[in-house]
Design a protein around this ligand. Sequence first.
Ligand code: NI
Length: 256
Amino acid sequence: MLVDTHVHLNSKKYEDDLPQVISRAQEAGVELMIVVGFDHETNLRAIELAEKYLFIYATVGFHPTDARYVKESDYEILTKQLKHEKVVGVGECGLDFYWDKEFTEKQIEVFRRQIELSIKFDKPLIIHMRDASEATYNVLSEYKNLRGIMHCYSGSSEMVEMFIKLGLHISLGGPVTFKNGRVPKEVAKIVPIDKLLIETDAPYLSPHPFRGKRNEPARVKLVAEEIAKLRDIPYTELAKITAKNAYKLFNIKELK
Ligand code: NI
């Protein structure tokens, strides 16, 4: 009954043992995975995996740290890919002023183009935001009818409500389990339950006690357990509600 709403099974890090990674996820109770693309190659691989596995869906987009390389013809490719029935979102896209302080204007332009595609196709945006809360908010707030996810949300608890008012969901991952994860733990308690999603962002951001190791989708269970504890509700309830939220947002028929 778990849904991992953000996992990069399209990463080269799973080249050698993808079937085992997938079966461990299923053993942990993961019934649906959204494989998120972030450049041309990983977008194609996400679609390939979605075509192969019933319980995998894909998203396609360009990561802000690659924005400088995005060309006009890339949007035509995205537009074609977004017509695929198993491509359910746009991204990951967004703004990252931590890794790239130089091409911020280009980042904003590439983000806008993807926001427009998300609205056009009515498929949710997968938003990456790092050290760019205000700029991200300002860009997004110029649009109406937004749907999407603040993925592995790392903004302040004060801004949670502002993003939700724009029509977005808040997704939490491994950092909510970190001993020094004060802000995500605070966020986990205040997000309205119908706007809450869970993810791993695997192979990155492995939850405690696996911090620093290659992450995998089975560990979304650790994220769910921690949030259930913080909100003082049963784990099964948290898992069920966040799964329902994911099916609804991505417009996917429940598999079970
Ligand atoms: Ni990611």
